[in-house]
Design a protein around this ligand. Structure first.
Ligand code: GLU
Length: 423
């Protein structure tokens, strides 16, 4: 992996564009810095290039603060104030949707300032502290604010100030707009490396859970954030991005760019020169290349396992031997196998020994399939050594599991589970 990342940096080619200069301090960044990091869901982080160089998070902060606003206020309350429609506008456009009067989405500054103001806290400092705590938990280390960038941006924050005052006129923002812009500017000035961003992205990829098992974001909040990143995360080139790279992402004007491949990996790159949309020029190119090489695109069809379920006959019992992780589509195959079982009282063994995970819908489908087998008159036995079916739905805790189930399909030693799934 590391070799690949080095190759990626070597092959990224000529840089183009300019370092952002509307924030004076950003103009001092070394434009030639280049870094990439890939973080797996179990905590491995692979890096290449200037992986320990710190830069300010800028707009990459927006999805995380939006998450905190939803966690604090609830999704409905946030949707009443901030829409989730791609705007096609530049990030700092002074606009509200003419019909709803709301910022079009939380990834442009108007929506991001509104999200910031929705974070709970007794005062502006408390809000920033809670935001910094969240980012730090996601990054797995204590982050801090680059005070020089903060001061520099605040001295030029007239446009964001205008947005905040405008938000107050439509009652989206209560309190002092200057305080909110100050807090928002501090949020944008948090210092990170590509390691931090890749790890933060990997938590989003894992449904809000850190590699240490800390559920930092509720999965439903996480889903909302990723959806908005997918449609609105790349300024006014979100459409180009979704077609050419195909994963939820967020860029920032300091040159950072973070992408999330749900269920698989978090990726971050850094290169300060920006294209006309304000996205890192080489950063975008690196992601395009990674999509080409590693197949990131979410719309690429996932090949479904061929041997999810096979039927064997052993000692007059029909054994449905199931393997692999189960989602809706694999569970559908399993149920198709069950449906072919001739009506009668043949013992049927559902062998889940090779299944380690089933998502909620697959679990419910399996339980329903088992219930039907039972209703058709079969003596159904389940081998579930890994507890894939769980206990919540059966309420009995009696489903077959444990080491004794391991290695044997003959279910005689196990309790009759039909009653447990009778439902
Ligand atoms: N702090 C920056 C601003 O509000 C963030 C912009 C960005 O990264 O897109 O202007």
């Amino acid at each position: 992996m590391i070799d690949y990342l080095h190759l990626l940096l070597e092959s990224v080619g000529e840089d183009a564009g300019e370092v952002a200069s509307y924030i004076p301090e950003l103009a001092n960044a070394d434009p030639d810095r280049l870094a990439v990091a890939v973080a797996t869901l179990d905590g491995e982080v692979y890096v290449a290039g200037d992986a320990d160089t710190e830069f300010t998070i800028q707009s990459i902060s927006k999805p995380f603060t939006y998450a905190l606003a939803i966690a604090d206020q609830g999704l409905d309350a946030v949707l009443e104030r901030i829409d989730v429609e791609p705007s096609g506008d530049a990030f700092n456009e002074i606009s509200l949707d003419p019909d709803t009067g709301r910022p079009r989405n939380p990834m442009i500054n108007a929506g991001a300032i509104a999200s910031h103001a929705l974070v709970s806290g007794d005062d502006a400092d408390a809000r920033v502290e809670r935001i910094l705590d969240l980012y730090s938990r996601l990054a797995g280390r204590r982050l801090s604010i680059a005070e020089d960038v903060f001061e520099s941006e605040l001295s030029e924050a007239d446009r964001n100030m205008a947005l905040a005052y405008m938000l107050r006129t439509v009652k989206t923002l209560k309190g002092d707009p200057a305080d909110v812009v100050r807090g928002y500017t501090r949020q944008c000035s948090v210092s990170v490396t590509v390691r931090d961003l890749a790890r933060m992205a990997s938590v989003l990829a894992a449904g809000g859970k850190t590699p240490d098992g800390d559920q930092v974001l509720d999965p439903a909040v996480n889903l909302q954030v990723l959806s908005v990143m997918a449609t609105c995360g790349m300024y006014n080139s979100a459409g180009d991005w979704l077609t050419s790279v195909g994963i939820p992402a967020k860029s920032g004007v300091a040159g950072g760019l973070m992408g999330v491949l749900p269920g698989q990996v978090g990726i971050a790159v850094f290169s300060p020169r920006l294209d006309a949309h304000g996205n890192s020029t080489r950063g975008v190119r690196m992601f395009e290349r990674m999509n080409h090489d590693l197949g990131l695109h979410l719309m690429a069809p996932v090949e479904s396992a061929h041997s999810v379920s096979r039927r064997l006959v052993r000692e007059s019992a029909a054994v449905h031997e199931i393997s692999g992780d189960l989602h809706f589509i694999e569970a559908e195959r399993v149920l198709r196998g069950f449906a072919q079982e001739p009506v009668g009282d043949t013992p049927v063994v559902v062998d889940l020994d090779r299944v380690h995970r089933a998502n909620d819908i697959a679990r419910r489908m399996l339980l329903e399939g088992i219930r039907r087998l039972y209703i058709d008159g079969h003596d159904v036995r389940i081998v579930d050594p890994w507890g894939v079916l769980g206990t919540a739905e059966t309420g009995s805790g009696e489903l077959v599991r444990g080491e004794q189930a391991h290695g044997g399909y003959v279910p005689a030693a196990f309790p009759d589970v039909a009653s447990a799934v009778r439902g």
